[in-house]
Design a protein around this ligand. Structure first.
Ligand code: BES
Ligand code: ZN
Ligand code: ZN
Length: 483
């Protein structure tokens, strides 16, 4: 599906279907040719309300806010993909920042048209060949062709990176294991300025990564520490992303119940996200060095399994009492964060489907943001807003930190209280971030939004690619500020 820019009026372009966004319930705009029919059909232009009249699809849109545009455009494309239309056209809806809504629209078209059909016999390939964005604006604002094309290009890269991650997460756990993730990471080397390294058991042993190794013990598939680097010439700062790559989480000996285990193929969403961010950054040619570090293994059961009561030694020498083998993501991340600090990051961001408690705290749609620096948290969260991703800050405090005390080791892998579990998991990770990087570190718990049980917004059932757009928006914004 191509997204084209046409420097023409909406009526001058030929297409099978026209998308018209109905702003602020206003049916009196020149693009709305079916006012009477819409009124007859009871269409009021509520947000995301949709009505097809002849070959025009009308979608309610509250404002020219980016995410309103994204939601209504995705709604339109979702409907159109069920028709036989091959060509689609739409005008622009600029707000105070020209081009920004073209980017949002492009993202919506690509995100909204995603489908995972690998295991369906009756596949329904996308019939839409092209969507023409006509440079005639709802508010008659002039937008240059160059700005518009750049916006489409950026939106396309961001959405394709998100869809790349969705494919990784949606794949079944029988196929998506540490070695497959290794192959996918290696595949990123085809991008300019990207190299990758992969480490197995021996390296983890040499490095003293006893926590990561313990989680892998019952798996018949070896662990992998993956490290992909995008390093453009004259790179400015260094962003190091660390992803939880639990290709399946059974809970280990602290076994999950049947219902809670379903969807745990998505426990590698953090790793898919960090690889996707690197892909996006390389394609956008961002002026930063970007590292994606992945701890890939499954959390299985078997005679070799690590046990509650075991004590593990992490790479930085800290000892960890295992009280629950289902709190495994933090063990893998502990060693990966130690490794990540050795890369001397300017920004250190870990991404993980870490706790059910985060979903309890913030709901299904929101990423939990934790860290020591309010400035850093705010900076990411403001850009998350622009990207349409939802975030909520979860504050650390000294009392929650104490709940991780262990009588036999330096620290326990679970809190002694059943409350505040998302934050205590974040505080556990804090033990593995070296002092000089504390203020450069953010922990993103994506357990809620990473996997969609019931479709919402522009997300289909299955993987959503949570955390990718917010970080790409953040880096893009930073690069503009610093230019
Ligand atoms: N992968 C899970 C967290 C999770 C839960 C992700 C629901 C997505 C949806 C994680 O490894 C886990 O099992 N965490 C435990 C921690 C507990 C044992 C302290 C949890 O959240 O119950
Ligand atoms: Zn678990
Ligand atoms: Zn897990």
């Amino acid at each position: 599906m191509n997204i084209l820019i046409e420097n023409k009026k909406l009526t001058e372009v030929e297409a099978d279907i026209t998308i018209v966004l109905v702003l602020n319930k206003n049916l009196d705009h020149k693009w709305i040719e079916d006012k009477k029919e819409l009124e007859f059909l009871g269409f009021e232009g509520e947000s995301e309300e949709i009505c097809l009249v002849g070959k025009t699809i009308y979608v309610g849109c509250e404002s020219t806010d980016n995410d309103e545009i994204r939601l209504s455009s995705a709604k339109a494309i979702n409907h159109i993909k069920k028709t036989k239309a091959k060509t689609v056209k739409v005008g622009t809806y600029s707000n105070d920042c020209p081009g920004v809504n073209i980017k949002a629209m492009s993202e919506a078209f690509i995100l909204g048209s995603y489908a995972y059909e690998e295991y369906k016999s009756d596949k329904k390939p996308l019939k839409i060949d092209s969507i023409s964005i006509c440079l005639e604006d709802y508010n008659d604002v002039a937008i240059s062709e160059k700005t518009a094309k750049q916006a489409v290009e950026a939106g396309t890269i961001i959405a394709n990176a998100t869809n790349f991650a969705k494919d990784l997460v949606n794949e079944i756990p029988y196929k998506m294991h540490s070695l497959k993730l290794e192959e996918m990471a290696k595949g990123l080397e085809s991008l300019e300025n990207v190299t990758s390294k992969s480490f197995g058991k021996e390296f983890l042993e040499e490095q003293g990564m006893g926590a990561f190794l313990a989680v892998n013990r019952a798996s018949h598939i070896p662990p992998r520490l993956l490290h992909v680097i995008y390093k453009p010439k004259n790179a400015k700062e260094k962003f190091v992303f660390v992803g939880k790559g639990l290709t399946y989480d059974t809970g280990g000996l602290s076994l999950k119940t049947g219902g809670h285990m379903v969807s745990m193929k998505s426990d590698m969403s953090g790793s898919a996200a960090v690889l996707a961010i690197l892909k996006g950054a390389a394609e956008l040619k961002l002026p930063y060095e970007v590292h994606a570090i992945v701890g890939a293994t499954e959390n299985a059961i078997g005679p070799e399994a690590y046990k509650p009561d075991d004590v593990l030694i992490a790479k930085n020498g800290k000892t960890i009492e295992v009280r629950n083998t289902d709190a495994e993501g933090r063990l893998v991340l502990a060693d990966c964060l130690c490794y990540a600090c050795e890369q001397k990051p300017d920004y250190l961001i870990d991404m993980a489907t870490l706790t059910g408690a985060c979903v309890v705290a913030l709901g299904d749609y929101t990423t939990g943001v934790m860290g020591h620096s309010s400035e850093l948290k705010n900076s990411l969260m403001q850009n998350a807003d622009k990207s349409g991703e939802l975030t909520g800050a979860l504050p650390f405090n000294r009392y929650l930190k104490k709940l991780l005390k262990s009588s036999i080791a330096d620290i326990s892998n679970i809190s002694s209280s059943s409350y505040g579990g998302a934050i205590t998991a974040g505080l556990f990770l804090d033990n593995f971030v070296a002092d000089e990087y504390k203020d450069k570190w953010l922990h993103l718990d994506i357990a809620g939004p990473a996997y969609v049980e019931k479709e919402w917004g522009y997300n289909q059932c299955g993987a959503s690619g949570a955390g990718i757009r917010m970080n790409l928006y953040w880096m893009i914004e930073k690069s503009k500020e610093e230019a």
